[in-house]
Unconditional design. Structure first.
Lengths: 283, 224, 241
């Protein structure tokens, strides 16, 4: 048994070196494919719509802003491939080369920066609570003893663990299962980033039966994650985003998903808009 | 209860989920059938290897079987999911990961069935066959294996059914099989009871007909 | 950028605690589920061999339905579809006392009970009919015959396949991670996400499962030897998964 394991690890180790020696840009130039990790149940960032198409804000950003820049950089058209990633799987997927870029709802944090790099911030939100209308839960101060659902591996789960140790935390591998548990009363509330809760609420069969409560108890800037130390690829991703912000295309895509006619109306505050513009450094 | 959700999404559930035609990489049958065939082929080799006289062949086969029978399939899937992209230089599609994981994992169980099946054939048979002048390979191919195969049909089909059901675990890595398809529809419609009941019935129809066919086969092949 | 192994992630921070908790949960859920499965399997396995047709049909329905649908689907079923059918206070109590654990336990127990049942049935049916008749002719009732003759013999015949199946139960408990049961695989992945160390975490999980399975297998072999009837061991094919 032990021998077998040693062997397995040795094979893995031996193979890691050549695979990693190639940068992401070289790999994309060789294969002509950019593989991203996205969610299937996080509207409107990445989800499967009623026509069973895999779409969303994060996916559009990659397709319309990053792909053109990337194609120019490697000198040939690059195809987009999507794989499902969830909070517990996204960092391993990235580390193992299964995907090149995580484009979903991943919060840029200092501790995550120990293991991956992030692009510019493309969305800003904060964590709140989704409850049935009339629930006594009003925010992070009132969840002691309550059953709280969160996504496994999310920043929210970590914060609840630290700041509200008396809450009964239940962690689910993905959002739909957590929401399901809330809908049926297995848990009293589901905590996630406010925007995702709003997305869930809007998609729910009975949106009015739900309430999003509490102040943001965390700051969640979304970034796209990529393998650590791959500065060239990161440069291309960031250039794509900055060019989009400069040309206004970024805001058009925002409008498509979060505008009054979008999937989830959520106007961009002037502060956030300024923040986005300031992120795009001069040419 | 409102089964219109099933009717509305029936094409996605059946075409995409069960058969694998659609925008996503998926399909329960597309995974289960090759996994059964390839797993059985690998299983025959492993079963034969476990009976080999040379320890160089017998012991690795034994370690293989004991290893994979000692870990949950979910773990094996995760291993392949993370290791294969490192071994090859190209990210492998979920299909490749899932298929490899199932073949490698199930071959350990199928190998045991093959071994038990071969051992169930009386020793005298082999000796009799050899004494008529057949080579060991011919004895295996014409005398032992056909009888062994008949003896192992019940266990084999049980294992195929297990494998068929196990393919639902591929949904964990995002392979859009029947279970994942139901999950995707449920993300949108939030109708778990109807959807999961529906796929339970579909799975049941598939596996139950497999076991009925096996019983029929068993009866037909049992001599006199 | 080469993958640097860092095994210390397994014992620094909360990892050690998580793994231990995971092992305990896995063992806990598996033990309870095993007891349930053994009870259901014995009863329904025996019922499938009785002369009274309606009882036989009932047991057959249970077995055919539960073992032919994937465990993952049953997990969702017991966790999401069953609680709403229970009375309010019971629901509340359950949700406050680890509903996911109990749902996972039932899913495992009922599913494997159906699979145990098949093995027990074939064990009973492999006992020659003459034994049964002989027992009856000594003046035992049908129930007594089962209790004192058929079941004790059948139990010994089915220990090898049941032992195998019990290990499957233990391994299948990993599927409960989908309904947020904090068992070993769940905790392995927890370490993975908190430390971004997939290889180390997966290796730890794999080694623990192997150790548990080998330990139990050894124990089972001992039990098998201890209760063996001379000349009767291993008559039922034991290769079933």
């Amino acid at each position: 048994m032990k021998k077998m394991l040693t062997l397995l690890v040795a094979i893995a180790l031996g193979a890691v070196t050549p695979a990693m020696a190639e940068t992401t840009l070289e790999k994309i130039a060789r294969t002509g494919v950019l593989t991203i990790g996205a969610r299937t149940g996080s509207p409107p960032f990445a989800f499967v719509d009623a026509q069973n198409q895999w779409v969303g804000f994060s996916i559009d950003l990659v397709e319309q802003l990053i792909l053109p820049t990337l194609s120019k950089k490697v000198g040939k058209p690059v195809k987009l491939e999507k794989k499902e990633s969830t909070p517990p799987t996204r960092i391993p997927l990235l580390a193992s080369n299964a995907v090149d870029l995580i484009a979903e709802t991943m919060t840029d944090t200092r501790s995550r920066r120990d293991s991956v790099d992030f692009s510019l911030t493309f969305f800003v939100t904060g964590a709140q609570f989704l409850v049935k209308k009339g629930s006594p839960i009003k925010g992070i101060k009132s969840i002691a003893g309550r059953r709280v659902a969160a996504q496994q591996g999310s920043t929210n789960a970590r914060i609840i663990r630290e700041q509200a140790p008396k809450a009964q935390l239940r962690e689910f591998p993905d959002q739909p299962a957590a929401f399901q548990a809330l809908a049926q009363g297995q848990v009293d509330t589901y905590t996630n980033d406010g925007i995702q809760l709003a997305g869930l609420k809007a998609k729910a069969p009975n949106p009015r039966g739900w309430e999003i409560v509490g102040d943001f108890y965390s700051y969640e800037p979304y970034g796209m994650a990529l393998r650590k130390g791959d500065a060239d690829f990161r440069g291309v991703v960031n250039n794509g985003l900055m060019e989009g912000i400069d040309s206004g295309k970024f805001f058009d895509i925002y409008e498509k998903w979060f505008g009054p006619k979008g999937e989830l109306p959520y106007p961009m505050s002037p502060d956030i808009k300024k923040f986005m513009i300031y992120q795009a450094v001069p040419k | 209860m409102d089964f219109t959700v099933v009717a509305k999404n029936i094409d996605f559930l059946i075409l995409q989920g069960l058969l694998g035609f659609g925008n996503f990489v998926g399909g329960t049958f597309r995974l289960a059938i090759p996994a059964i065939v390839l797993g059985f082929i690998l299983g025959i080799f492993i079963g034969l290897a476990r009976l080999a006289r040379t320890p160089w062949i017998r012991i690795p086969a034994m370690v293989y079987v004991e290893f994979f029978r000692g870990v949950p399939l979910v773990m094996v899937i995760f291993w392949f999911w993370f290791i294969i992209p490192l071994l090859l230089r190209v990210p492998l599609p979920e299909y490749g990961v899932a298929l490899t994981a199932f073949v490698v994992f199930e071959a350990a169980y199928l190998g045991e069935i093959v071994r038990a099946g071969i051992q169930s054939v009386a020793r005298g048979q082999a000796e009799a066959a050899m004494s008529t002048g057949l080579t060991p390979a011919q004895t295996m191919g014409y005398v032992i294996l056909p009888q062994a195969l008949r003896n192992m049909i019940p266990a084999l089909v049980t294992q195929f059914i297990v494998l068929f059901k196990d393919t639902s675990l591929a949904s964990i890595i995002g392979y859009v099989d029947l279970t994942k398809a139901a999950e995707i529809v449920n993300n949108r419609e939030i109708r778990p009871f109807e959807l999961y009941l529906f796929i339970a019935v579909v799975y049941w129809l598939c596996t139950y007909s497999m076991s009925r066919y096996a019983r029929y086969l068993e009866r037909r092949l049992t001599p006199g | 950028m080469t993958y640097q192994f860092d095994w210390s992630v397994l014992w620094t921070g909360q990892s050690g605690e998580w793994l231990l908790q995971g092992i305990l949960t896995t063992l806990g859920i598996s033990t309870l589920a095993w007891l349930l499965a053994a009870a259901l399997g014995t009863v329904s396995g025996a019922l499938r061999t009785v002369p009274f047709a309606p009882l036989r049909a009932l047991a057959t329905c249970y077995v055919e339905f539960f073992r032919n649908v994937p465990l993952l689907v049953w997990m969702f079923f017991w966790y999401f579809a069953v609680p709403p059918l229970l009375p309010g206070p019971l629901q509340d109590w359950l949700f406050n006392h680890g509903a996911e654990f109990w749902a996972g336990m039932f899913a495992l127990g009922v599913y494997h009970g159906a699979r145990f049942s098949e093995m027990i049935r074939s064990g009973i049916q492999s006992i020659p009919k003459t034994q049964f008749e002989a027992a009856l002719s000594t003046g035992l009732t049908t129930a007594q015959t089962y209790r004192f003759v058929i079941i004790p013999i059948a139990l010994r015949l089915i220990i090898p396949p049941i032992a195998n199946e019990s290990l499957n139960l233990l391994k299948n408990s990993s599927v409960a991670l989908t309904i947020s049961v904090t068992e070993l695989t769940f905790q392995t992945r927890q370490i993975e996400t908190y430390t971004a160390r997939a290889f180390e975490a997966l290796t730890a999980g794999t080694v623990i499962y192997l150790a548990l399975c080998l330990g139990i297998a050894t124990l089972m072999t001992k039990i098998e030897r201890r209760f063996a009837l001379p000349g009767m061991i291993g008559r039922v094919a034991s290769a079933e998964h």
